[in-house]
Ligand binder design. Structure first.
Ligand SMILES: NC(=O)c1ccc[n+]([C@@H]2O[C@H](COP(=O)([O-])OP(=O)(O)OC[C@H]3O[C@@H](n4cnc5c(N)ncnc54)[C@H](O)[C@@H]3O)[C@@H](O)[C@H]2O)c1
Length: 336
């Protein structure tokens, strides 16, 4: 990576105090970029504050579905690169009351891109779509490829599919904005503090001895990619897009290409701490459970990223387990 490229670059990260946003900000601060970010409601427990990264960034507090709030930020700044990561990401929240998810994920995206389109100053825009934007494909179609059309049905998935399509429109010849769209599989690692997500929930249960409530029988297939690999991809694609207009409108998938059943992840983490009895009880409860409102089989393929940029993941799930336990133990000591 060309470290010099990032020095003094003016960056905006929407969702900077989110899981991925705070990990990205951490790296950009190290690279001496000039980092600004949008935060929704201050989350004191975010890695951004927990690790003191916020002190080195300029933060704007507000809602991306508020057009005028966003416009003011762009009036004051001349950003070189934008990472659009802000979104309502909790599947359960989206399923029970989707309105805020539409507002943040769809309206927030067209507000942002409309403002950028009117100024035409930004040279590189990364929009975080998701593997969920594809919706459900039969098991035989796995892994998902970038040319698959969206078959999204569930609210979170539809919200990401809409944001994805809107971004495609803005990158088309009609508007020609420098946008790359990313569709990643499940991301995990330090800083993920949505305890409705599988890995944080398991960490909490194992470290703090809380009850883990499985959402299904564990046969669902997912692919987990470590957050440092994601930060690596973001830095590569945004800097390449900055210099190469031909990359406009490209979509990149990424995962580990190592699909796992949910059951195998649960087993691996409990057994790492030798909690056999607790695991046995959980597996028993899981037998009769059925997942509702979620895609059953999903994993990505990173071969396009490899073809374009020779990128492949550096982190294996097994090797990240000790890092996870260390980080979450520290976190729970501080925030109980
Ligand atoms: N974590 C994953 O497994 C994963 C996988 C694929 C794609 N993604 C996408 O990556 C992005 C980042 O995900 P994350 O895991 O960091 O999620 P996160 O919830 O930790 O971070 C999202 C941030 O967006 C903010 N936000 C939500 N609504 C907002 C609004 N209306 N205005 C301003 N800010 C708002 C939240 O406060 C939060 O800080 C999201 O777009 C998500 O869809 C995540």
């Amino acid at each position: 990576m060309n470290k010099k490229f990032w020095k003094k670059k003016k960056i905006l990260i929407t969702g900077i105090d989110g899981f991925v946003g705070s990990n990205l900000a951490k790296e950009l601060v190290i690279l001496e970029s000039n980092v600004s970010g949008i935060v929704f409601k201050k989350k004191k427990r975010s890695l951004l504050y927990f690790e003191g990264i916020s002190k080195k960034c300029k933060l704007y507090k507000g809602d991306i579905s508020d057009y005028h709030f966003l416009k003011k930020i762009f009036k004051k700044n001349n950003f070189d690169i934008v990472f659009h990561l802000a979104a309502q990401v909790e599947v359960g929240v989206a399923n029970s009351d989707p309105f805020q998810t539409w507002e943040s994920n769809i309206k927030g995206t067209y507000n942002l891109l409309d403002i950028i389109n009117k100024s035409k100053n930004v040279k590189s825009i990364i929009v975080a779509s998701s593997d969920k934007a594809y919706g459900t494909y039969p098991k035989k179609s796995l892994p998902y490829k970038e040319n698959y059309k969206s078959a999204a049905i569930y609210p979170y998935d539809v919200s990401k599919a809409c944001a994805d399509m809107i971004s495609k429109t803005y990158s088309s010849k009609l508007f020609n904005l420098p946008i790359i769209i990313t569709r990643f599989s499940n991301i995990y690692g330090p800083g993920q503090i949505h305890f409705s997500a599988l890995i944080p929930d398991l960490m909490k249960s194992i470290i703090k001895d809380t009850k883990f409530v499985p959402r299904g029988n564990g046969s669902d297939i997912r692919d987990y990619i470590y957050v440092k690999d994601i930060v690596d991809i973001y830095l590569i694609i945004s800097s390449k897009l900055f210099k190469d207009p031909k990359l406009r409108g490209q979509v990149f998938n990424a995962g580990n290409n190592k699909p796992k059943t949910i059951k195998s992840i649960i087993k691996e983490l409990y057994l790492y701490k030798n909690q056999k009895e607790k695991l046995r009880k959980i597996l028993n409860i899981m037998k009769n459970k059925k997942t509702v409102g979620e895609i059953k089989y999903q994993y990505m393929d990173y071969s396009k990223l490899y073809k374009y940029f020779k990128w492949k993941p550096k982190y294996k799930f097994k090797n990240t387990i000790p890092i996870l336990f260390k980080w979450y133990s520290n976190f729970f000591q501080k925030y109980n």
